[in-house]
Design a protein around this ligand. Structure first.
Ligand code: MLT
Length: 434
């Protein structure tokens, strides 16, 4: 058994009784009340999901397993000669809550290595799609096509015990995650680099191998690691994580769940936003003749934009402060590309937009989110095809969603099935008739 699986098994035996006790002995304890506004308004803020993988504090931002992003970056084992931690070690950490040793990181690396060969039919399926298919469609299709290999789906029909579901989901997750960098890089090279595919290098780590297969030199390997880590999880109420959780709650296997998760991520109100920010930024640059504006000129531009539209990349459903994922990428930019004109635009926007939004009472959260920065870095290092950015987000998000789904099966979370009401019922409640 791999070190990761052994550790996970140990953790599950500790965690299961906690959930069972809460459910059995405290099942009637009320956590929250729900308003009509929340029911109609996308279930905003309703406390109805559980995850220990990450928690999103509105004023502090995300913590993975209790650690802030700077703490994660500092504590996790780093790839030799690189600034960023191993994705393999980060996945170990997400899944178990423990900082892995170098041996444990190496063990995950070997596990991924032994499972990473993408079946040839997957490449054939991607190649057979119209070349103008969106890369997210290609990505989700590639994952769906491998569903026939699901260990859970097979074992379920062989009467797998409920207590062992997690084990089969874990195996599916490992098999799937190991293949994602190659599938993603394949889609990129096929669509945007004349189909000149670069084979993987088994000696490289998850992020390093992805950068290698993308054909992009250092420090893109560190960008890949940072990007996958930052986008991995944002507690479980966001559309992609929640979709994955919901689909897997029907005991649909990991392939169905992760493919569905990607379909949710592909929406412009979710993972596609980073593409929209960059397109908008280039429009801003063009309209300013490419020169770096003064703060006053940028302010004037923002006021004018707000007369008819919004500033993409600012605001968030939960966050009420600058997204720490934005800050982590900003720090990377300050170190590696401080003079990049696009970054200068983003930085100027950071200086002027929040105050203007506050002054105009335009947004509950006037601060920038992760999407306001991520495209800038990709663009600078040569990934200029906006529509690919969401695939990168998807590779990262799969790490978190797989972890959440494994734990949901380990803790025996049931089929998700909220109750609906009719509009008339809500009116009756509102007007005091019920
Ligand atoms: C995410 O990372 O999923 C986005 O910030 C959206 C969200 O948290 O709702």
């Amino acid at each position: 058994m791999s070190l990761l699986k052994e550790k996970l098994k140990e953790k599950i035996s500790i965690e299961r009784p906690r959930t069972e006790k809460l459910n059995k002995e405290f099942g009637n304890v009320k956590v929250d009340e729900v308003t009509i506004g929340q029911i109609i308004g996308g279930m905003r803020d309703i406390k109805s999901l559980v995850t220990d993988i990450s928690y999103l504090d509105p004023f502090e931002g995300i913590r993975f397993r209790g650690l802030t992003i700077p703490e994660v970056l500092e504590k996790l084992p780093k790839v030799p000669g690189a600034e960023m931690p191993f994705v393999e070690g980060f996945f170990y950490f997400l899944l178990t809550g423990d900082i892995p040793t170098e041996t444990e990181v190496e063990d995950v690396h070997q596990e991924f290595n032994s499972r990473k060969t993408v079946p040839d039919y997957v490449f054939k399926i991607i190649r057979s799609m119209p070349i103008d298919s969106h890369p997210m469609t290609m990505f989700a299709t590639a994952i769906m096509s491998m569903q026939k290999d699901s260990i859970f789906a097979k074992k379920y029909h062989e009467n797998l015990k409920k207590g062992d579901y997690w084990d089969a989901y874990f195996e599916d997750a490992m098999n799937l995650l190991a293949k994602l960098p190659e599938i993603a890089a394949f889609i990129y090279r096929l669509k945007y680099r004349n189909g000149e595919i670069i084979p993987g290098d088994p000696n490289l780590d998850f992020g390093g191998n992805f950068a290698h297969m993308m054909g992009i030199a250092k420090p893109y390997d560190d960008i890949a690691r940072l990007y996958f880590l930052l986008h991995s999880d944002h507690e479980s109420g966001n559309v992609s994580a929640h979709t994955g959780h919901l689909v897997a709650s029907a005991l649909s296997d990991m392939y169905y769940a992760i493919s569905a998760m990607l379909n949710g991520l592909a929406g412009p109100l979710h993972g596609l936003a980073n593409e929209e920010v960059l397109r908008w930024l280039h429009g801003v640059m063009d309209s300013m003749g490419g020169k770096i504006p003064t703060e006053e000129e940028m302010k004037a531009f923002v006021y004018k934009t707000l007369e008819t539209g919004v500033i993409p990349g600012f605001g968030h459903a939960v966050l009420r402060k600058t997204d720490p994922r934005y800050t982590a990428q900003r720090e990377f930019c300050l170190k590696h590309l401080p003079e990049d004109p696009l970054f200068k635009y983003v930085d100027l926007l950071y200086k002027v937009v929040p105050n203007i939004l506050l002054e105009k009472g335009k947004a509950k959260n006037p601060w920038p989110n992760v999407d306001a920065q991520s495209g800038v870095i990709q663009w600078y290092y040569g990934v200029k095809e906006y529509e690919f950015y969401t695939v990168l987000f998807g590779v990262g998000r799969a790490l978190g969603v797989c972890s959440n789904i494994i734990w949901a099966r380990a803790l025996g979370y049931p089929l998700e099935r909220p109750k609906s009401l009719t509009t008339k019922m809500l009116e009756d409640i509102a007007f005091g008739k019920k």
